[in-house]
Design a protein around this ligand. Sequence first.
Ligand code: ADP
Length: 614
Amino acid sequence: MSTPPQTFEFQAEIKQLLDIVIHSLYTEKEIFIRELVSNASDALEKLRHTKLVEKEIVDENLELEVNLTTDDKAKTLTIQDFGIGMSRAELVENLGTIAHSGSKAFLKSLSETGQKNANLIGQFGVGFYSAFMVAKSVKVYSRSWRAGEPGQLWTSDGAGSYAIEESEGQSRGVKIVIELKDECAEFSQEWKVKEILERYSAFVSFPINLNGKRINTVQALWLRSKNEIKDEEYTEFYKFQSHAFDEPRLRLHFSADAPLSINALLFVPKENTEKLGFSRLEPAVSLYCRKVLIDAKPKDLLPEWLRFLKGVVDSEDLPLNISRETMQDRALIEKLNKVITKRFIKFLEEEAKNRPDAYQEFYSQFGIFLKEGAAIDYTHKDQVVKLLRYESSLTEKGKTTSLADYVSRFQGDQKEIYYLIGPNREALESGPYLEGFKARNLEVLFCYEPVDEYVMSNVREFDGKKLVGADHADVKLADLPKPPEDDGLTAEQTTALATWLKETLGERVADVKASDRLVGSPALALNSDKFMSPQMRRMMKAMNKDSAETPLKVNLEINPRHPVIKRLQATRESAPEKARLVAEQVLDNALISAGLLDDPTKMVARLYKLLESV
Ligand code: ADP
């Protein structure tokens, strides 16, 4: 009959490891299931290879699957696979010494950081030993695939030694029976184990059954070849993996071998839920290593502005036991981040070129994220700016242009890119700021979103050309062909009127001068504060009432060819009272166009007074 149990001491490092594992107060104890299922899946994979090269294999016809069973009365969890199994010698080698990489790296990191409190455990997989986080005792029944190797039972309570004895009646592979600690009894509940398997092991290739029911029914689509996958399969996968109800708007499925091995499947959802008023999106592209989940919401895998993406990134280069704490692994995540972001930007460029209408629809939902990227992602700024689209004074309503196309339409010696910010096209087209640009055939980009101000001032330039607000005080436009002399006020008259206006309007203006950008309007107002555009001022006002109390002082530019201005000059001496009212009204009208009039009550009263005199 079988030989009596033989007792072995764990190797010193394993003892140290077990001590930490057992005494750690780590909350994510559940990862032991991920670790054991991964080991089982590896063992099945190895058996599949072995079958190709070996003729004689024990229990040849057993299914390649993993079976878990819970027993909440006995407080046990059993994990069985029909993989390669381990012989007696292999049990000693694999489960008694620290020959393998995962646990070694874990211990190394502990000694480097000097951390005795092992919060690192959940971040490392400590593989098989993680079972001792939850176990009173662990029994490993094992039978090697090699004929002639008897079944074995390996037992330990993790306290320093283990025992091995022969055990009859074992089928090929490994069966691990975990007797749970009382405080960890929840892992003998079917619903609990089901939830954990669904989270971490949903895409393992071999069937995983829990109490006889199949758990993983969805394939790891990202590892299959693109041209074999149907649209419906992608959609189904998206819904499953992202817990989504919509259909994806765009998808990118790609793989790369250098500098890292990556298989990625990324989706853009139909709608931007942030835009709909829902809360800020969380990172949702999950990180896998060979189909096993490492982190469902990795923070640094993608830049913040790509938080609208869903999907999966799988890299074989990641050790399963990745630690988010060590420099080495952070560098790896950074590398992944770079490769994926670059690839996704390229994908959007192609979309914009090949399917402009679909891109425009995407942009109307998600353009706001691209703007965020252009404004704050210093690494990718230049690439992301190329993806921005704006309406302009030369596009039709609803049609947009890229900055590159804008630049290709530069006029004469145009050196700058002009933009205007306002609530909509109508407001910008009817405002006074556009006139001078129109008269010179200069294109102006129309920006309708409040963030555009921030984006434009952060992006600053594109392709070496400065981005300049068409309503900024320091824009210099080339001279227009001189209008006939009698068409407007002379230079002296204009100067005299400007001086009078400055006196009359007093505190409300910083400067008054003739304008080079007005054609059809009598006057326009420019914020005299170079660093505070009208939009910025409105924003400040919305955020903090006090700051808006600072009296506004603007530069007023007048149009010497406009009838109102000509009449003002003609009548300011003969009818000084009325001229003063007209001057105030011209200023207020200019402020309205600029969105700078804070309080219209005075203006309304004045307007009635003017109307009386008609
Ligand atoms: P790792 O999986 O990182 O190598 P583990 O501590 O989890 O570390 O496992 C140590 C070794 O034990 C494995 O490399 C493998 O050779 C062996 N092993 C673990 N689980 C099984 C299993 N279910 N079937 C066969 N061999 C196993």
